[in-house]
Design a protein around this ligand. Structure first.
Ligand code: NAI
Ligand code: MG
Length: 490
């Protein structure tokens, strides 16, 4: 046996472990120069337009229609006709076939959709590929299963479709929010007019292709693009029977005022300021991953983001130092790079809102930490940020920032944790980290939030109802609960 030769130099092992660029190919996506509105299974040439961009490079991607009230009216007319001329009377098992088909096509074309979603919205490809797309397909698959079982879902209540649903969605999960809206509406036998957010229309427009491929009868799904004025035209249209809205609390309140007394059904999924509560018996490394996933996932553009971290005082120093160390490993940059953890901020407007609130946090006396990080020159970016020394009265502890910014507070006892967690006008979600099952249940009973995650965060499943109360809105999406807003009972 030969002797193993000892290593001569100390520095032969690589010392730098930088990631090489790993960009996902853009070639799978073919963009048109110009898009119209998708009405009655065909493209309607828009009378007004604007240009949608990529927030990571500011490059223009396509010209998009800005629907006027007249164009919304045409779309609603198409939806009404499709509702009356067959869709609502179709046996549930037939509707299910279309939904299963849509689910399958989304799976087949998921790479194309994921790239487009990251291109137009700025989220990391890792997330659109592994979260948005699988969940969107799963929602269609799940609600396809209910379409012929409505009588069993609501026994002795004779469920019937309500008619035309107007659906207005935001820019943080464009395709996934489309799925949350369209899948239950169609399963219940309704037709829809959906408006994506003005900054992220492209995946909804590509979805029109899927609708055609699935041979869905024309007019069952109509997509109109445009800004808040288009949304308002949907809300006020007389022939719309139900409005489903996801977005800001401000617009949600305006919609509720507008619809009061009209008899139209309404569900609102609005903002949040969730507490993520870490007890001293929690598995800290696991908790740190949960905290990171809670607030830096999708650049913090998440209504249920764990934006207020409540840490038990006895583990405060240890946890914060672990968190800071973990933050320095997050890779911020090109959304299409497979190694990117934090992508681009969705729009200039959103970036300005984040900057304004972060400035307020410093001004009010909180201590800011940002890991060293080089940001791309073009596009909209914000470094993952942690604020410590935060008082409950600070704006960064009260207002939804909707960016990669965490506010840290402390507590001593479980009672104090509950009190601080509930000290918010919102009530969408919360997180609890502890080894004790009994404490999880004790907390979940007291936290005023629609969703409480235990030893995990930002987990979604189509079978699980999601929604808030207080200023986070009302109504539930997902699960059997998610069908109810799209049904009337005889
Ligand atoms: P927004 O509420 O204005 O936009 C959401 C959707 O509503 C978009 O499709 C928009 O075109 C539409 N819209 C706007 N005004 C409307 C009106 N008067 N009638 C009908 N539809 C209307 O939200 P924005 O301005 O994009 O973001 C502002 C803040 O809202 C964010 O910083 C964040 O705090 C919060 N937000 C919460 C979301 C959530 O998931 N709950 C999603 C997006 C924003
Ligand atoms: Mg707005």
């Amino acid at each position: 046996m030969t002797d193993i030769e000892p290593r001569k130099s100390e520095s032969l092992a690589p010392t730098s472990w930088d990631y090489a660029p790993a960009p996902e190919s853009r070639d799978v996506v073919t963009l048109r120069e110009r898009y119209g509105h998708f009405v009655a299974g065909d493209w309607l040439e828009p009378s007004e337009t604007y240009t949608t961009i990529s927030p990571s490079s500011e490059e223009p991607l396509a010209v998009i229609g800005q629907a006027t009230a007249e164009e919304v009216d045409v779309a609603v007319g198409a939806a009404r006709e499709a509702f009356a001329n067959g869709w609502s009377a179709l046996p549930g098992s037939e509707r299910a076939k279309y939904l299963f088909r849509i689910a399958r096509i989304l799976q087949e074309r998921s790479r194309e959709f994921a790239v487009l979603e990251s291109l137009n919205g700025g989220k990391p490809i890792k997330e659109s590929r592994d979260v948005d797309l699988p969940l969107a397909a799963a929602h269609f698959f799940y609600y396809a299963g209910w379409a012929d079982k409505l009588e069993y879902a609501f026994p002795n209540r004779a469920p019937r479709p309500i008619g035309v649903a107007g659906q207005i969605i935001p820019w943080n999960f464009p395709l996934l929010m489309l799925a949350w809206k369209i899948a239950p509406a169609l399963a219940a036998g309704n037709t829809v007019v959906l408006k994506p957010a003005e900054t992220t229309p492209l995946s909804a427009l590509l979805f029109c292709d899927v609708v055609r491929q699935a041979e869905l009868p024309p007019g069952v799904v109509n997509i109109v693009t445009g800004d808040g004025s288009t949304g308002a035209a949907i809300v006020t249209h007389e022939d719309v029977d139900k409005i489903a809205f996801t977005g800001s609390t401000e617009v949600g309140k305006a919609i509720q005022r507008e619809l009061a007394g009209t008899g139209k059904k309404l569900t609102l999924e609005l903002g949040g300021k969730a507490a993520n509560v870490i007890f001293d018996d929690a598995a800290l490394d696991q908790a740190v991953e949960g905290i990171v996933n809670g607030i830096y996932f999708n650049q913090g553009h998440v209504c249920c983001a764990g934006s207020r971290l409540l840490v038990q005082e006895s583990i405060y120093e240890q946890l914060i130092s672990k968190l800071k160390r973990r933050l320095s490993t997050l890779r911020v940059g090109d959304p299409l790079d497979k190694n990117t953890d934090v992508g681009a901020i969705n729009s200039k407007m959103q970036l300005e809102k984040i900057e304004e609130l972060v400035a307020a946090g410093k001004e009010e006396g909180a201590e800011i930490y940002q890991p060293p990080c080089t940001l791309p020159e073009k596009g909209y970016w914000f470094v993952p940020t942690v604020f410590t020394n935060v008082a409950q009265s600070y704006r960064i502890a009260q207002e939804e920032i909707f960016g990669p910014v965490l506010s840290v507070l402390t507590f001593r006892t479980p009672d104090e944790a509950v009190e601080k967690a509930n000290n918010t006008m919102y009530g969408l979600s919360a997180g609890v980290w502890t080894e004790k099952g009994s404490r999880i249940l004790w907390m979940a009973e007291r936290l005023r939030a629609g969703v409480v995650w235990a030893n995990t965060y930002n987990r979604f499943d189509p079978t699980s109802p999601f929604g808030g109360y207080r200023e986070s809105g009302f109504g539930r999406e997902g699960g059997r609960h998610g069908l109810e807003p799209y049904l009337r009972f005889e």
